[in-house]
Design a protein around this ligand. Structure first.
Ligand SMILES: [Zn+2]
Length: 449
């Protein structure tokens, strides 16, 4: 047992789950045939709906209106009768989603917020949280990294870094999981040189973090030292651009694994060592990819991620949309795992700028790679319905001609009716969680269905 498995075993004893059994379970079922996956999800859905009907006002009301009983769940098609719900709908009658026996599931109180400022509180059962960790460990193992045993450097933000002095429990958690924190907030050259030295001195062979942070660090190392060979690198929680992946792989000379995870709805999809797509976690939730007309996306199509969390009983969420967009893969992954595959995570619905001329611009589709030599960073601001500002941190050699070129391309995408301007700035701060946002919207738009 390493220090992490010991910690999880103790947590499991307290909250009623067995982490090592969960890890065995997720490792075994990555090769399950499709009918076995569906059989498992149908069984979990039936139990969840039975519980939700008995213990929550919202689902009792909805299921009565629809005439649905848990005993009618024979396959997953029954799910299609439920309405798709977002943060705003839930916030309007939040208490109706909380089970009257929530306490017995040892719920963890969580909060998330979108760029439009919709704060959303939700509950994760301890067991659901544990199973989600087991899927994370599975993904880590695809990169050859054993959680808790191998030391890993993390370039992440979050609440621990916001505190000047981490709490005792925060430091204990870090010790248990063998993290070496590198602050994502100030990635100056001086700090990155220090991080580079620390990774060599401490013989750290794994790196994990937000894509923009890992990319910035990789770029520094590529420019100053050429490379830093590692055993695997991992990113999550932001959109990973192709040019970022390429530089990260070249600099660290290893496989790069990107992951998508969403605690509200317990959705997850992760790349394997082949990185040909994102394998969906079938254990924690049922993930649907829904087109704008409400139907299931076909292979190759993009749509909104809709989640039914299978093990969250304290606050059940059925067909919940966290506001993320994904593309369904066209074929299986060559690795042979049977977990269903997404081609890619396309971004967040909040990265989409909807314009009054009927056009829609995806912030992450801005051709940044083309300008990477001239621009340090960019961020789109949707300031008024018909006005978009591109904040740019220019690099040396950025000229008036470059601004004209950006103006031309952006006007082509936005349409001539939309006012567009480039605003040269010295800094683009990260969000409170330490993540980078490609789009900041000042327009109060409805992001969920
Ligand atoms: Zn695979």
């Amino acid at each position: 047992m390493n220090r992490s498995t010991t910690a999880f075993a103790l947590l499991g004893l307290k909250h009623g789950f067995n982490m090592s059994r969960m890890i065995r379970f997720v490792n075994e079922n990555q090769y399950w045939p499709q009918d076995r996956i569906e059989e498992y999800q149908v069984m979990q859905l039936r139990s969840l709906l039975e519980h939700a009907y008995k213990h929550t006002k919202y689902y009792r009301r909805v299921m009565d209106e629809l005439g649905i009983k848990a005993s009618m769940v024979k396959d997953l098609t029954i799910l299609k009768q439920f309405p798709i719900i977002g943060k705003q709908e839930i916030n309007q009658c939040w208490q109706d989603f909380v089970a009257d026996n929530a306490k017995q599931y040892h719920p963890m109180h969580r909060v998330t917020s979108g760029t439009t400022g919709v704060t959303f509180k939700y509950l994760n059962d301890a067991k659901s949280w544990g199973l989600n960790w087991a899927t994370k460990e599975r993904t880590f193992s695809w990169g050859g990294y054993t959680f808790g045993k191998d030391k890993i450097a993390t370039l992440k933000g979050g609440s621990m870094l916001r505190r000047a002095k981490p709490s005792l429990s925060g430091r204990f958690w870090k010790y248990l999981h063998n993290y070496h924190d590198l602050s994502v907030v100030h990635l100056s050259d001086t700090n990155m040189e220090q991080y580079y030295r620390e990774m060599i001195d401490l013989n750290i062979k794994f790196l994990r973090g937000f894509p923009t942070a890992v990319y910035t660090f990789a770029k520094y190392i590529a420019d100053k030292h050429g490379s830093l060979p590692l055993k695997a690198t991992f990113t999550s929680a932001e959109y990973l651009q192709d040019f970022q992946r390429e530089l990260i792989k070249d600099t660290f000379k290893t496989n790069h694994i990107d992951a998508y995870g969403c605690g509200d709805g317990m959705g997850g999809a992760n790349q394997c060592e082949q990185a040909k797509g994102y394998h969906i976690n079938i254990e924690t939730s049922i993930m649907e990819i829904i087109a704008s007309n409400g139907s299931d996306c076909l292979p190759g199509e993009e749509g909104e991620i809709v989640l039914t969390s299978l093990h969250d009983y304290a606050m059940p969420l059925v067909r919940y949309t966290p506001g993320d967009v994904a593309k369904v893969a066209s074929g299986p992954c060559p690795c042979g795992r049977s977990l269903p595959l997404l081609e890619r995570i396309v971004g967040r619905t909040s990265d989409l700028i909807d314009l009054p001329n009927g056009r829609s611009l995806n912030g992450i589709a801005v051709p940044f790679a083309e300008w990477a030599d001239k621009i340090e960073k960019f961020q789109l601001w949707h300031t008024k319905p018909d006005e978009v500002i591109l904040k740019v941190i220019p690099k040396e050699g950025f000229t008036r001609q470059d601004i004209d070129h950006i103006n031309e391309i952006m006007t082509y995408h936005l349409g001539p009716e939309i006012r567009f301007a480039v605003d040269l700035v010295d800094d683009i701060p990260l969000s409170e969680s330490g993540k980078f946002r490609y789009v900041v919207s000042k327009i109060n738009k409805q992001i969920s269905k």
